[in-house]
Design a protein around this ligand. Structure first.
Ligand SMILES: Cc1cc2nc3c(=O)[nH]c(=O)nc-3n(C[C@H](O)[C@H](O)[C@H](O)COP(=O)(O)OP(=O)(O)OC[C@H]3O[C@@H](n4cnc5c(N)ncnc54)[C@H](O)[C@@H]3O)c2cc1C
Length: 304
């Protein structure tokens, strides 16, 4: 079976690419490893920052994206892509179930996996007070008390955002120094409602139906902080392993690509959170997907 384009990942980037590829009449399949998966957004709480569709849950938004692609006749393949083999003027994509398909182009939209704290209560309260995205969920904590866990740019950036919304922000970091940039550290240190808890680790998140408190360990002593929200910002890693040795990645493993999605591998385009970019959100992932489908169409036309 030879496709014009195989899209790997059916998150917002992949589904947006599918809509554009269908409308361009490309022979396309969207490969997704999770049953009817729609990416990370399906785990989010309410989404209030996608223009025109607001106040819906992340799950509902993902379903809308998927049904849009389906309404255009998009073909889905449920399976995990495990390798990409460059062949002459095409690629072979192999799946964990043993199947393999040939394709002229690939739109790589495999997203990122976020690192979790791995403490009791984290999984139970995800979407019920535990969040991984201050830009997305911060607005739900107006005049409340929240904690941010982490010490890098994301954590301090989150603390800065949340300080203007919440009444009180605890910034909890396991080391004695932050990794975030100096200018950001300076700004956050001046915020009167941000309290730093250094050399401290979170051992438990507790609540009833939603988060109520956080247990923090410092020097073997435990302290229970009453909080309404916990923002985990301990990093995420790109799912770019399949492109290693095929397309150039940056030092953190994100796929290097232009605005048009072109990677350093001919015929492979990267969209969404897996690629280098500043803002990892649904709206930017959807825009990338559109650009990649357009680039794939041009590439196929130019290489007929
Ligand atoms: C809890 C949470 C809340 C969020 N809230 C918001 C919000 O309110 N607003 C907002 O704009 N953004 C929000 N975001 C960010 C947003 O979800 C991401 O920016 C967006 O989902 C990125 O889309 P993507 O398609 O690039 O990647 P992803 O959503 O990560 O999708 C990648 C897909 O690829 C699949 N995949 C990975 N590897 C393979 C493989 N080898 N084979 C087949 N399939 C594979 C995965 O299963 C997944 O479905 C939130 C994120 C989280 C985690």
């Amino acid at each position: 079976m030879m496709y014009d384009v195989i899209i790997i990942g059916s998150g917002p980037a992949g589904l947006s690419a599918a809509v554009y590829a269908q409308r361009a009449c490309l022979k396309c399949v969207i490969a997704e490893k999770l049953h009817r998966g729609t990416g990370q957004i399906s785990e989010g709480g309410k989404v209030d920052n996608y223009p025109g569709i607001y106040g819906v849950s992340g799950f509902e938004l993902g379903e809308k994206f998927r049904s849009h692609a389906e309404s255009l006749g998009a073909e889905f393949y449920e399976g995990e892509a495990v390798s990409i083999t460059p062949l002459k003027d095409m690629y072979k994509v192999s799946f964990s179930d043993g199947n393999a398909f040939d394709t002229r182009t690939i739109i790589y939209a495999a997203g990122t996996s976020r690192r979790r704290l791995g403490v009791p209560g984290e999984a139970e309260f995800t979407g019920k007070g535990v969040s991984y995205c201050a830009v997305c969920d911060g607005a739900f904590y107006k005049n409340k008390t929240v904690a941010v866990i982490g010490g890098g740019d994301t954590a301090l950036g989150d603390a800065e955002i949340l300080s203007s919304i919440a009444e009180k922000v605890y910034l909890i970091h396991r080391r004695s120094e932050f990794r975030a940039g100096a200018a950001l550290q300076k700004r956050v240190s001046k915020l009167s409602n941000v309290e730093f808890l250094m050399n401290s680790t979170v051992s438990k998140i507790s609540g009833e139906g939603k988060v109520r408190s956080l247990t923090v360990s410092y020097n073997a002593a435990e302290r229970v902080l009453p909080v309404d929200g916990v923002f985990v910002a301990v990093g995420s890693s790109p799912n770019s392993g399949l492109l290693k040795g095929i397309a150039e990645l940056d030092s953190s493993g994100y796929v290097i690509a232009g605005e048009d999605g072109k990677t350093t591998a001919k015929g492979i385009f990267a969209a969404g959170d897996v690629r280098v970019k500043n803002l990892r959100q649904v709206v930017t992932a959807a825009a990338d997907g559109a650009n990649c489908a357009d680039s794939a169409e041009r590439y196929i036309f130019e290489n007929k």
